[in-house]
Structure formats: structure tokens, C-alpha cells
Design a protein around this ligand. Structure first.
Ligand code: NAD
Length: 282
């Protein structure tokens, strides 16, 4: 891990911004870049607010928060990532867009650099195949919200080397998180279980049960800290739909079919918390 100094994060949405925050907080020089300047602005603002909350709760000193922001640079093009030893991609959950990005990064980064994806469901083996360094490619799947959640799933593609895997394990430790080795199948471990449960909750909404009642039932009845529909709004309904479609297509079973109501919400632009409306208003 000693050689891992500069980390690049691509995508400054809810996940990318969170990943950049924890990397910079843990001492890595971090570059964050998003194709949308609006997203960059929102991402950086979100990081500032999140750090300020930790300071307010006395979980972080003001000095540490200031140093974190100093270590976090805004990127303005992909070429700035050329010095990074590790780049973690956290852009939209779409295979062709991710594939294009990885093939561009592959040309820019030094041959020794590691490429990682925060994808929730796309095959790591398939993404790795869009680069000339499949042995240096790995899935590093953070949970939302990244600064709070302890788990990071690690997913080895068919060709991921032991060295790359070890580097990811050490990175996760350095970020004060805990890694679990997942499996390179759609949804890995957490989403394979979580997304069908959320989807079932959406079927209940379609059948007439109020979202508040479903969430309250699951919180009190199963001890979940948050109900499935509130969680769906936090994940992003567009992302959830994409994951379910991949699971249905690739696992080939109808039990993963997205509820038509979810599709309708996404068609309406109701993506959950990030768009201001989902199963709840924000
Ligand atoms: P988001 O919609 O909040 O952010 C995605 C960002 O990617 C946007 O800011 C967009 O401008 C940017 N982007 C799109 N195409 C780009 C490109 N070609 N180059 C650079 N930037 C580009 O999404 P998110 O929730 O942060 O999810 C990002 C990734 O993390 C997805 O792969 C998702 O599956 C995964 N993930 C999401 C969650 C979750 O709970 N939302 C949890 C774990 C993993």
C-alpha cells in the first residue's frame, strides 16, 4: 500500500463524492472529476457539508476537515489522472458508458495503475475486458452513504490478480472500512438480496399499500434501520431499475423483473432523493 498515494475518482454523484471524501480523509491525494460541471459543484458542496457535520458532532477536528479538503482536487479532464496509482469509477450504471471510460483511462494511466469500478451489478470480468490490464482491474463496491457505511464488497473478475486484490483489501483497511469478498455475478452479494426485497415492496405500493406503512412495518418488524422504499429513494430509482434489469437479463429469472411502477417513476424523472421526488418528497 505504501506506493498508493494518489487516487482518482470519476463521477461526483452521491457515490463518487462519498468515495472521494473518505479517500482524502484517509490521507490520499485525491482527484475528483465528473463530466457534468453542475455535478462537480454539487459533489464538492456535499463533501464540505458532510465534513462540517462530522466536525459538529466532534467526530472530526476542524483541522482534519480542512486538510481533507486540501488533499481533494477537482479534476477538469481525464488526462489529469495520469499520475494516479488507482482510479475508482463511480459514474452512471450503464455498461457502454463505463466501457468507453475505461478504455480511455487505460490509454492515459501508467501500466502499473489499478482500475476499479463501483458498479452495483455489471460484470467486473466484462468491464475488465475493455482494458488491456484485466489483471489490474477489480470491483470495489462501496455502500451508500459512503462516509457512514462500513462495508465495502470486493469483486474479483476472472483475471484479477492476487496482487490487485491485496491492494484493494489494504485500501479498504486504510479507509477504516471492512471488506467482504463478493462474487462476480449480477448484484454481487448485497444487491442480489436487497434489490428483490425493495422490488417486492414496490409491488405492494402498486397493490395499494402506502409507502409509509411498508417502511414502518419493515423497520419495526425486521429491525431494519430504514424501510425499503426510503432506501430505494436514497439508492436512486434509476440505479435500482438498471440493477434489476441486469439481474433479470443475466440471471435469467422472472423473480428479478422490475415492478412496472418503478419503471413508470423512472420514466417520469422521479429518481428519489437526488431528483427531489420518489416514493417520498424531498
Ligand atoms: P449518480 O447518478 O448520483 O452519479 C453519477 C454521476 O456520473 C453523475 O454525476 C454524472 O454526471 C456522472 N457521469 C455520467 N457519465 C459520466 C462520464 N462518462 N464521465 C464522467 N462522469 C459521468 O449515481 P450514483 O448513485 O453515485 O452511482 C454511481 C455508481 O455507483 C453506479 O455504478 C451505481 O450502480 C454505483 N452504486 C450506487 C449506489 C447507490 O446507493 N446509489 C451504491 C453502490 C454503488
Amino acid at each position: 500500500m505504501s506506493e498508493l498515494k494518489e487516487v482518482g475518482i470519476i463521477g461526483a454523484g452521491q457515490m463518487g463524492a462519498g468515495i472521494a471524501q473518505v479517500c482524502a480523509l484517509s490521507g490520499f491525494e485525491t482527484i475528483l472529476w465528473d463530466a457534468s460541471s453542475e455535478a462537480m459543484k454539487r459533489g464538492r458542496e456535499g463533501i464540505k457539508k458532510s465534513l462540517a457535520k462530522f466536525v459538529e458532532k466532534e467526530k472530526l477536528t476542524q483541522n482534519d476537515a480542512d486538510d481533507t479538503l486540501k488533499r481533494l482536487k477537482n479534476g477538469d479532464s481525464l488526462s489529469q489522472f495520469s499520475e494516479c496509482n488507482l482510479v475508482i469509477e463511480a459514474i452512471i450504471e450503464n455498461f457502454s458508458i463505463k466501457e468507453k471510460l475505461f478504455s480511455e483511462l487505460d490509454d492515459i494511466l501508467s501500466p502499473s495503475a489499478i482500475l476499479a469500478s463501483n458498479t452495483s451489478s455489471i460484470s467486473i470480468t466484462k468491464l475488465a475486458a475493455s482494458t488491456s490490464r484485466p489483471e489490474k482491474f477489480i470491483g470495489i463496491h462501496f455502500m451508500n452513504p459512503v462516509p457512514i457505511m462500513k462495508l465495502v464488497e470486493l469483486i474479483r473478475g476472472l483475471q484479477t490478480s492476487d496482487e490487485t486484490y491485496q491492494c484493494a483489501v489494504e485500501l479498504v483497511e486504510k479507509l477504516s472500512k471492512i471488506s467482504v469478498l463478493g462474487i462476480d455475478r449480477p448484484g454481487f452479494v448485497v444487491n442480489r438480496i436487497l434489490c428483490p426485497m425493495i422490488n417486492e415492496a414496490i409491488f405492494l405500493v402498486a397493490e395499494g399499500v402506502a409507502p409509509e406503512n411498508i417502511d414502518q412495518a419493515m423497520k419495526l418488524g425486521t429491525n431494519h434501520p430504514m424501510g425499503p422504499l426510503q432506501l430505494a429513494d436514497f439508492v436512486g430509482l434509476d440505479t435500482l431499475l438498471y440493477i434489476l434489469r441486469i439481474m433479470q437479463d443475466e440471471l435469467g429469472e422472472d423473480k428479478y423483473r422490475p415492478c412496472p411502477l418503478l419503471t413508470k417513476y423512472v420514466e417520469a424523472g422521479w429518481y428519489g432523493k437526488k431528483s427531489g421526488r420518489g416514493f417520498y418528497d424531498y
